[in-house]
Design a protein around this ligand. Structure first.
Ligand SMILES: [Zn+2]
Length: 282
């Protein structure tokens, strides 16, 4: 451990997500939270904590395995699957940014390319994600926001990068009502925007700095939740077997960091790490 890391460890310790009570899990697509952090969401819900899942995009273009179901029909199916999957994790509160459902903006592919509006759930602008997330934060008052790591070097999907960057931005600004009041699409009834967000925790990361211990039952719930996304992981398919094998191995690997057999790993930043402290990102 370098001297800088040692100083940071005492001057700006990385928060422990489990120590908080209210959580918002942000998924670019309907199945991402289950894959990236399903066992942790199930653990927190089981502990009686407030857990909300926010699905950004409707996933209508995830039609590779959906047996010919496409467009609005697939978007509807995936919404139902997301609710069933969340229920398997013990999470009842699932929010959808319906305004981002595919094709809400009538633009040509050329216009979309020019505006750098890249996604697979319909065309949207970054401010749509940021405003939708700001609304969800004001409504659910999370202390920790989970999202996909936008700094993962292998991640190429624009929706994951955009959703992760929206989480970074809103997590940093959430404690500031003056700034947050400029974001929500709908003004909160009591006039208070933002929330006391203490940490951002990124899943699907190659650089975890916090590990949460889980167990076999939580992993089982996670795998069943993923199987609930039948349009993406049909029963008995190679895709379902592949993701299940990966998650079992990942669970074991992360579990070893907490002296257990199961776990999940996250890149966590507290408010003090999010701004003017570049060493915290090393
Ligand atoms: Zn995704």
């Amino acid at each position: 451990m370098s001297l800088t890391s040692l100083i940071l460890k005492f001057a700006a310790p990385v928060p422990k997500p489990e120590s908080y009570s209210r959580f918002l899990f942000v998924g670019p697509h309907p199945d991402d939270v289950e894959i990236g952090a399903g066992a942790t969401a199930a653990k927190l819900a089981k502990a009686g904590k407030q857990v909300t899942i926010l699905v950004c995009l409707d996933g209508r273009y995830g039609d590779g395995l959906s047996g010919g179901v496409r467009g609005d029909d697939l978007a509807r199916t995936r919404r139902e699957e997301a609710v069933r999957a969340a229920a398997r994790l013990g999470v009842k509160d699932v929010l959808f940014l319906g305004r981002l459902d595919g094709g809400v903006k009538a633009v040509t592919p050329e216009e979309a390319a020019e505006a750098e509006m890249l996604c697979d759930g319909g065309f949207y602008e970054m401010k749509d994600l940021v405003q939708g997330l700001a609304d969800a934060v004001t409504r659910t008052q999370p202390e920790v926001i989970f999202g996909p790591d936008p700094l993962s070097r292998s991640e190429c999907h624009p929706d994951h990068l955009n959703a992760g960057n929206a989480v970074r931005q809103i997590a940093c600004f959430s404690p500031y009502p003056g700034i947050m009041s400029r974001y929500p699409a709908k003004a909160p009834e009591d006039g208070k925007a933002g929330a006391p967000v203490q940490a951002a925790a990124f899943y699907m990361t190659a650089r975890p700095n916090r590990y949460i211990r889980t167990d076999g039952a939580l992993l089982k719930a996670q795998l069943e939740a993923i199987a609930a996304h039948r349009s993406q992981f049909p029963g008995g398919s190679a895709e379902l077997k592949s993701v299940s094998t990966y998650l079992r191995l990942r669970s074991f690997n992360f579990g070893l960091h907490r002296a257990g057999l199961h776990g999940e790993g996250f890149r966590v930043y507290g408010q003090t790490q999010m701004h003017c402290l570049p060493e915290a990102g090393e």
